[in-house]
Design a protein around this ligand. Structure first.
Ligand code: SF4
Length: 466
């Protein structure tokens, strides 16, 4: 099975793909089922139960709001931050949601039942929806798991593909689960990671005339949303929501950088990369519109490294659109490997699965557009993850702010360094990407739950909130 690039790079709202985007999608799917089954108008009440990590950090990650809006039929791909704010305020004032956008049901964030110490057997991010009829009888009950990156799985659908932003998983002409299989496709066809991923994506798009152009257009649309996210963030100021009083730094840094580096001198690359990462993650932390890459918490790394590729690679190289498309395709190919063999969920394997995976994907994208061979691209991805192994998830106050925002900037630099190191080599190396992915998965499995998005360990308990 090969996933769509648009599952890994999907448009959503902040602050968390697993705790905001996924739960909103799950709620919308539940309502879709009520509508399809003709049961919606019989609903008199709805109960929502959040389990495990969704309950432990839920309010900080906006989970209760997300599920209520999902029950109203809103989707993370299309809902605007302004709409979120407006509906959240209206629900709080009226004490009522509009199920599927029309049926009034008494339900507020305070009614969402939290079970932080109860982890359902399949995954720590569990949410259960129950719809009741007039006599209190259960009309429908479904349990979903938000498994990272906005993907959700429904209990009872075991074995089926998780549903992400790009739709169903596909049967691809060049399927791969491992880097070894991906490299073999590259070797046999004499192409790069980006070409294999494009061929699979074109098949998903119908394989007909215009399919390749459609994929390219959608990819450039993803690039444009990343750019818009940075621009929106840089136009804002003040502190981020949530009570930690974390100040937005990117707008002020941009002004200082413009003064210090008016002509785009190469020696300032690090500062600009930091700026892009901070801008994206500050926007994510404020509930803004971002591209999951592959998650919201790690959403700044790919755009920051892509900025480096677009700004600092030789001028006589491919044009900007081609750089963006090849970069995103190669990065997504590596994202598939993490999704297939390990996890991109901080609640499952710690931050190594989010920021580590994003750093690895970005390193692959950069190595690809720097002209790396498939072996060098694989090496770049491996180096980036190898030096993110063991990274824990312990955000202060359950908010995707500290350490998340700065961590994206640091991981972007690691990705750039990893790509440069790989390009200085010949592609041969001791640790394969598959080995490091396996190591990440096993490290995550052995990691204490305190460090897996529960706000029970690390910085979350050693820094006093004020
Ligand atoms: S610490 Fe990492 S995994 Fe945890 S919320 Fe922050 S970015 Fe996501």
């Amino acid at each position: 099975m090969t996933l769509s690039i648009f599952d890994l790079f999907s448009v959503g709202i902040g602050p968390s793909s697993s705790h905001t985007v996924g739960p909103m999608r799950a709620a919308a799917y539940f309502v879709e089922g009520l509508l399809d089954g003709g049961r919606l108008d019989a609903v008199e009440a709805v109960r929502v139960d959040l389990y495990g990590s969704l309950a432990a950090t839920g309010p900080g990650h906006g989970t209760p709001t997300a599920v209520l809006l999902g029950l109203e039929g809103l989707r993370p791909e299309t809902v605007t931050p302004a709409k979120v704010d407006a509906r959240r305020a209206a629900i709080a004032a009226d004490g009522v949601i509009r199920l599927a956008g029309r049926l009034p049901i008494a339900l507020t964030e305070r009614d969402v039942v939290m079970h932080p110490l109860t982890v359902l057997p399949r995954h720590t991010n569990g949410v259960r929806f129950t719809a009741f009829g007039a006599d209190g009888a259960v009309l429908a009950e479904e349990t979903y798991y938000s498994v990272g990156g906005g993907f959700v799985e429904r209990e009872g659908d075991e074995g089926a593909a998780a549903r992400g932003g790009g739709g169903a998983a596909i049967t691809a002409p060049f399927p791969f689960r491992t880097a070894a299989e991906l490299l073999e496709h590259c070797r046999v066809r004499g192409v790069g990671f980006a070409d294999v991923m494009l061929a699979n994506e074109v098949a998903l798009a119908g394989d007909g005339e215009g399919a390749a152009a459609e994929v390219t257009t959608r990819l450039l649309g993803i690039r444009d949303v990343m750019d818009e996210c940075v621009a929106t963030s840089l136009a804002r100021s003040g502190v981020l929501p949530g009570g930690l009083q974390v100040r937005r730094r990117a707008p002020e840094w941009r002004e200082r950088l413009r003064a210090a580096d008016p002509n785009g001198a190469p020696e300032f690359w690090q500062e600009w990369v930091n700026l892009v990462a901070l801008a994206v993650n500050e926007e994510n932390a404020s509930g803004g519109r971002v591209v999951t890459a592959p998650t919201n918490g790690a959403a700044g790394i790919v755009p920051a490294v892509l900025h480096y590729a677009r700004t600092y690679l030789p001028e006589n190289g491919p044009d900007d659109d081609e750089v963006c498309v090849r970069f995103l395709l190669a990065a997504a190919a590596v994202g598939v490997l993490y999704k297939e063999q390990a996890s991109i969920s901080g609640a499952e394997v710690g931050c190594q699965g989010e920021v580590g995976s994003a750093s690895s994907m970005a390193a692959a994208g950069l190595a690809e557009v720097m002209g790396g061979t498939p072996e060098q691209v694989e090496n770049a991805a491996e180096i980036a993850m190898e030096h993110n192994l063991g990274l824990t998830c312990d955000p202060i106050g359950g908010l995707v702010q500290i350490p998340c925002i700065e961590r994206n900037a640091i991981a972007a630099s690691k990705a750039i360094n990893a790509a440069k190191m790989a390009l200085w080599g010949d592609g041969s190396h001791h640790v394969s990407l598959d080995q490091v992915i396996t190591t990440m998965r096993e490290t995550g499995r052995d990691m204490s739950d305190k460090y897996k998005e529960t706000a029970l360990g690390g910085l979350a308990v050693n820094v006093v909130e004020c």
